[in-house]
Design a protein around this ligand. Structure first.
Ligand code: GLC
Length: 433
């Protein structure tokens, strides 16, 4: 098997699952202006310390999070074990800057892992390559560091190799102390005037070899290098198993450097922030989320949908409500998502197609008449409404010549009403013979 084939084989279960929960949680939930607050507002470590001293998520209930994720139809989760601010939600032996030393007093990652696993979800770790707490990480002049503009934080005497060792050690802890881990999500690489923070700067070959040795079944995202570096003929081992477009759904799915389809996962926020942001009420509707999910699947991708729990440890009520609504739809229509992918048909005017082998799923968003017309390029047998498995009768309009094309494979279905049974996404299943 070459790397390309390996990537498809490794991601098989991941691609079947299609829908996961992203969780951004850390000290930044207290200032509640997003996970980049320390950088955006150039907050010093001393000033930021107040949040460490205060952190007390007494309502943290990962079992409730896991239940919510499962009920929403999600099959896996990825939680921030350490974000760019360097704060660790897990009990690392290599730092004191961790949840165990806050009022929380315990390893919050362990509880997450146990709760999600108990609900039957696969478990993933987000781990930030950047670290604004570690003294050996570049400060002054770095493009992101909170002290980038502060000349008092020059970089003489900082030993980046120490940081890389620290980072590798923590990854080893995460992949040793918590049983089987399904996904590791490294974030992120960048280049600026001073530094080339990608690939071997992170000692990525060594890192990935260690990851694979510790967790042979794990899958790795593509952010150990810049997004499009290297997928193709001579790719390095750290290219990643799937691509990770952020806040976009690519127009036609994603390809590698040689023009071949590759596994991908779009990550999306529910409002406009990853980490908790108290003022941001710009939530997407359940309808938007469901159609985003159907769109990803119709293009051969996954959706990783974010929640940003607050400082008490609660997923915002708005997010809970949206996910519950999504869950009702998934309960009725999940078979058009799980194990499905591209239909290899042009995008139809009424919505989208997903497909699993010989079954096509028409995701119908709108229709001007009660009669719907489908053409999957093959002869269709049974037609069913997915939500209740009821029969939809194929009809034969007597005056077919009014449509301009040859209607060899066209199927006409009369819904009897222009009001679709599900205003968000009515799924119709077409089985080809
Ligand atoms: C970005 C951001 C980060 C977020 C991530 C999610 O790279 O730095 O805050 O965690 O995207 O994809």
């Amino acid at each position: 098997m070459d790397r390309y084939e390996e990537r498809w084989a490794r991601t098989e279960a991941f691609r079947r699952d299609r829908f996961g929960m992203f969780i951004h949680w850390g000290l930044y939930a207290i200032p509640a202006r997003g996970e980049w607050v320390r950088s955006h507002e150039e907050i010093s470590l001393e000033e930021y310390q107040q949040y460490f001293d205060e952190f007390d998520p007494y309502k943290y209930d990962p079992k409730a999070w896991a239940r919510l994720a499962r009920e929403a139809g999600m099959k896996y989760a990825v939680m921030t074990t350490k974000h760019h601010d360097g704060f660790c939600l897990f009990d690392s032996a290599y730092t004191d800057y961790k949840a165990t030393n806050t009022k929380a007093g315990r390893d919050l990652v362990r509880e997450y892992v146990e709760a999600f696993r108990a609900e039957g979800l696969k478990v993933g770790f987000y781990y930030s390559l950047l670290d604004w707490h570690h003294p050996d990480y570049p400060h002054y002049g770095d493009q992101n560091h909170p002290m980038r503009n502060n000349p008092a934080y020059q970089n003489e005497g900082r030993n980046f190799d120490n940081y890389v060792t620290y980072m590798h050690n923590q990854v080893r802890e995460l992949l040793t102390n918590y049983g089987k881990i399904d996904i590791i999500w490294f974030d992120f690489s960048y280049t600026d005037e001073y530094n080339d923070m990608r690939g071997e700067k992170w000692q990525a070959t060594k890192l990935v070899n260690m990851v694979r040795e510790l967790q042979p079944g794990i899958i790795i995202d593509n952010r150990l290098d810049l997004h499009d570096a290297g997928q193709g003929a001579d790719e390095p081992v750290y290219t990643g198993d799937f691509k990770s477009p952020e806040q976009i759904i690519p127009a036609e799915g994603l390809k590698d450097g040689l023009g071949r389809d590759v596994p991908w996962e779009a990550c999306m926020t529910l409002n406009d922030h990853w980490g908790y942001c108290a003022a941001d009420k710009n939530y997407k509707s359940a309808k938007t989320v469901i159609r985003m999910l159907a769109e990803c699947v119709s293009k051969g991708g996954n959706l990783l949908l974010n929640v940003g729990p607050n400082a008490k440890g609660e997923i915002p009520r708005e997010s809970v409500e949206i996910l519950k609504r999504v869950g009702r739809w998934m309960d009725d229509n999940g078979e058009s998502i799980y194990g499905c992918g591209k239909a290899d048909l042009p995008k139809p005017e009424w919505g989208r197609y997903t497909r699993r082998d010989d079954t096509y799923y028409a995701h119908v968003y709108d229709t001007a008449t009660s009669v719907l017309q489908f053409d999957v390029g093959r002869e269709v047998g049974k037609v069913r409404l997915v939500s209740d498995a009821s029969e939809l009768v194929k009809i034969q309009p007597w005056n077919l010549e009014h449509t301009n094309k040859k209607l060899v494979h066209d199927v006409f279905v009369d819904l009897k009403t222009v009001n679709l049974p599900d205003e968000i996404d009515t799924v119709i299943k077409l089985e080809v013979k």
